[in-house]
Write a protein that binds this ligand. Structure first.
Ligand code: SAH
Length: 397
């Protein structure tokens, strides 16, 4: 018999709204002995069937729903979910000429804990929950059935797996080890991705739409691209006709790839039109401020500052600090393109932080455009947490 959990009375409300998480405090009774990641049935306190979920005994999120329909969680289930995700993305893959995109965005694609990015014919999986780990074979079989020519590589080297009682896990799941460079294309820009050694699954696909939208602000401008990683915004700035782009990051391999990417696109980077600077952005901004170096455009796309609620206050200070400094080194009428990928910081709070930064910088700042994560990172109506990346274009007087 399938193991089961019974919820505390009233705790079924979020599930009725199709939110996929069941917290430990919401569970009244466990029937059977579900193993790490095993599929369980979920019932209300009085025995009404609600969902099929994956059991996660070590996490506060004690179970994550696979399906609100009474169905087997098997290879066919994963094939269906992947096909749904593909259909959802078909138009943007064509519109933006994508050979790299997020195929599965976890809860937002009704596959909790599973992220899959596709770079050419390499699928890169990040499995973050006990259920995702438990279903690995079904998932890989489903992927090979739908994409017979694809290699599959795992990049589950993330600390959050500990909360789920899992070790980090990296390596080939099917086919060959990815080469050091897989070149993808988005919006006509070529980008080399290092799947094995790059950050996350290799590239920050989620900023694609913002990179595209940034182009209208850069023509003939002096651009400072902070936290550049492998060039991202800097490549679009070169494409958009920037006079000069300084890419700053602390990762030398990322900067080397950024330079390689500029060459790959045959952008003219002679006469120092593009600079790849190994620098701590916090220090660099202060140096520019103290020297009086000014820019027309500053792009500010830092890593996630808040991993948990406890870190949110510190994160707010960090965002305020870098944005204040960015405003101070902008010429009058300059543009700040600023982003936050901390899901715990919502758009309203981020806007307040920018407002505080403007006060401290002593500058008059106008919001002129708003940005969100790219369209292959959708937000399900039932799972608002899926909306995590937001940004603003600000004019700084
Ligand atoms: N804008 C990029 C993604 C940025 S990811 C894109 O579009 O692809 C964040 C980057 O910040 C990483 O490359 C990381 O190496 C870098 N980073 C983290 N802390 C830093 C610091 N203090 N100074 C400079 N770079 C930093």
């Amino acid at each position: 018999m399938t193991p089961a959990i019974y919820l505390v009375k009233g705790r079924e409300k979020s599930l009725r709204r199709k939110h996929p998480w069941i917290f430990s405090r919401g569970i009244q009774k466990i029937q059977g002995e579900p193993q790490l990641g095993e599929t369980i049935d979920v019932f209300t306190h009085d025995g009404q069937w609600l969902a099929k979920a994956a059991y996660s005994p070590h996490s506060q999120i004690r179970a994550r729903v696979w399906s609100f329909e009474a169905q087997e969680i098997n290879q066919a289930f994963f094939e269906q979910r992947i096909q749904d995700a593909l259909i959802l993305r078909q138009d943007i893959i064509q519109r933006d000429g994508l050979t790299g995109f997020r195929l599965i965005a976890a809860e937002s694609d009704a596959l909790p804990g599973i992220t899959i990015d596709k770079y050419q014919n390499y699928l890169v999986c990040q499995l973050l929950s006990a259920g995702a780990e438990y279903q690995k074979t079904n998932l890989v079989n489903a992927l090979t059935a739908i994409f017979p020519d694809c290699h599959i590589y795992e990049r589950s080297d993330v600390a959050v797996r500990k909360k789920e009682g899992l070790e980090e896990s990296v390596g080939v799941l099917h086919g060959d080890v990815p080469p050091a460079s897989v070149v993808i294309e988005e919006n006509g820009v070529k980008i080399s991705v290092d799947i094995v050694n790059g950050h996350k699954t290799g590239f920050y696909l989620d900023q694609r739409d913002s990179r595209q939208q940034s182009m209208k602000y850069v023509k003939d401008k002096e651009v400072l691209n902070c936290f550049s990683y492998t060039g991202g915004f800097g490549l679009y700035a070169l494409k958009g006709g920037a006079k000069r782009v300084i890419n700053a990051d602390v990762s030398q391999p990322a900067l080397d790839t950024a330079k390689h990417n500029a060459e790959l696109n045959q952008f003219d980077i002679s006469k120092k039109r593009a600079v790849f600077l190994n620098a701590d952005v916090f220090k660099l901004l202060r140096e520019y401020r103290d020297q009086g170096t000014k820019f027309d455009v500053v792009i500010m796309d830092p890593p996630k500052f808040a991993e948990s609620k406890a870190q949110l206050n510190g994160a707010c200070r960090g965002y305020k600090d870098i944005n204040m400094l960015a405003m101070q080194i902008l010429k009058p009428g300059g543009t700040l393109l600023t982003y936050s990928c901390s899901g715990l910081m919502d758009q309203v709070l981020f806007q307040k932080i920018i407002a505080d930064a403007a006060l401290d910088a002593g500058r008059s700042v106008k919001f002129v455009e708003r940005f969100e994560q790219a369209a292959d990172h959708p937000t399900d109506t039932a799972y608002p947490e899926g909306f995590y990346l937001k940004g603003f274009a600000c004019k700084v007087l």
